[in-house]
Design a protein around this ligand. Structure first.
Ligand SMILES: *Cc1c(COP(=O)(O)O)cnc(C)c1O
Length: 434
């Protein structure tokens, strides 16, 4: 597979270059130069009982010149060693549960695939790879868990001390082995600044082979296309045409769905469901893209004022907004509506949503009510409700069960290196590593 940068289309990059660079040097995002195309029958015949089989079928086509099948197969079975259930909660409304990975959020799909792919791509280097990642909460634990015990790779997670939830802090600081948490006395912006400064520091890059694991990496995006295909295979013929609603923040998840559609997946329409951070929806309405300061909401992983994958969506449709509108319908929802959906769905069906999935549910229902054509819908549930236990218990007014995996994390002992927010402190620490 070859890639180009959204800033400059003439130069092609290999899969290895795109993954190890993350972001193109011109600041653009890597895009596949071409995608394979499959027939509707191909998708109907995918095995609805094995996510890893579906993932391998598609990945082996995409990466046939980049990763040998005998390497790819164990990468996929190890990365996706958890369930991906499609659960019907109302007539014609099904939820695709993407939260059964180790950190209970969908970011496990991208992070776990990327970790194993990266290990393969750097296998012949004699120097270990050092990954620096800044996190405001969830990304750090998904990346840390994904790279846990991956040979030849060490990970440093920079997080703002006192500014992540206690559960998130436990998830970040109890991994151990090749994963080190750095508790920065500062803000998330400080953490990001420290990471960026480190990448530009020649003393450091001479000593360490540095890279990042940020969410715009193509190796985090591609595996997200697999579960759209898998969900489609799980529907019966009666449940078509299909609408898929995606709770969106940085729009990586939706971009992966659009790529699946470009490969032929017969999705009639995608719903971009957001909280009040709705700059992309305003673009769909007005044709003007105007980044805005992010506003804090209950669905905090979607609090994004300038979504990093917007450029990829525009690129997929060659800037043609009418084509974008034909594939994406959008709706924003307030925290009040989100809480109402969580309460009402729980009372009527017994199904417990997290705030992000609730936004996806609202988007789907709004579209199905608005369209005249009968259609079946799927919405993506991106996090386990227990990750938001305080909010969820208040809304449904009763205690909820906490998964064993989360309990184990809570019982772990925090281990973090405390650093000030001065770059000198981070540099001295990294330079002193053996
Ligand atoms: C990251 C995240 C999202 C948003 O996904 P994007 O790909 O950034 O649009 C939604 N829900 C949860 C729980 C997340 O962690």
């Amino acid at each position: 597979m070859k890639f180009y940068s959204t800033q400059q289309k003439n130069q092609l990059f290999s899969f290895a270059e795109a993954v190890l660079k993350g972001l193109a040097e011109d600041g653009g995002l890597f895009m596949p130069a071409e995608l394979p195309s499959f027939s509707p029958v191909f998708f109907e015949n995918l095995n609805p009982d094995s996510f890893s089989e579906v993932a391998f079928t598609i990945a082996s086509r995409l990466l046939r010149n980049d990763v040998p099948e005998e390497v790819l197969e164990p990468i996929i079975t190890e990365a996706f060693d958890f369930d991906v259930p499609l659960v019907t909660i109302e007539p014609d409304v099904a939820v695709l549960e993407l939260f059964h990975g180790p950190t209970l959020a969908f970011k496990d799909f991208g992070a776990r695939f990327m970790a194993r792919i990266t290990a393969f791509l750097v296998r012949n280097r004699n120097q270990p790879l050092t990954i620096l990642v800044a996190t405001s909460g969830d990304t750090g634990s998904a990346v840390g868990n994904a790279f846990f015990k991956v040979p030849g790779i060490q990970v440093f997670i920079l997080y703002p001390g006192g500014k992540v939830s206690s559960l998130q802090e436990k998830q970040l600081t109890t991994i151990g082995h090749n994963i080190t948490a750095l508790e920065i006395d500062g803000s998330f912006d400080d953490c990001q600044r420290l990471v960026k400064t480190a990448f530009l520091d020649h003393d450091l890059t001479k000593k360490l082979c540095l890279t990042s694991a940020n969410s715009i990496n193509i190796a985090r995006l591609l595996p997200q296309a697999f579960y759209y295909c898998y969900a489609y295979a799980g529907l019966s013929e009666r449940q078509r045409p299909v609408i898929i609603s995606v709770p969106s923040g940085n729009f990586g998840n939706l971009t992966a769905g659009l790529m699946a559609k470009k490969m032929g997946l017969p999705v009639a329409r995608f719903v971009a469901a957001t909280n009040i951070n709705d700059v992309v929806l305003k673009y769909l309405q007005t044709g003007k893209y105007e980044p805005a300061p992010m506003k804090k909401t209950l669905s905090n992983a979607m609090d994004v004022g300038n979504p990093s994958n917007f450029a990829r969506i525009v690129e997929l449709y060659e800037g043609n907004i009418d084509k974008i509108r034909a594939d994406i319908w959008g709706a924003p929802f307030t925290d009040e509506q989100t809480k109402w959906a969580m309460k009402q769905v729980f009372e009527n069906t017994g199904y417990l949503l997290d705030p992000h999935g609730a936004v996806g549910y609202l988007g789907l229902k709004k579209f199905l009510n608005h369209t005249a054509q009968p259609a079946a819908g799927i919405f993506l549930e991106t996090a386990h409700p227990a990750k938001f236990v305080d909010v969820v218990e208040t809304i449904i007014n009763q205690p909820i069960a906490i998964p064993a995996r989360l309990k184990a994390v809570l019982a772990g002992k925090k281990q973090a290196v405390q650093l000030s927010n001065r770059y000198g402190a981070l540099k001295a620490y990294l330079m002193s590593l053996k």
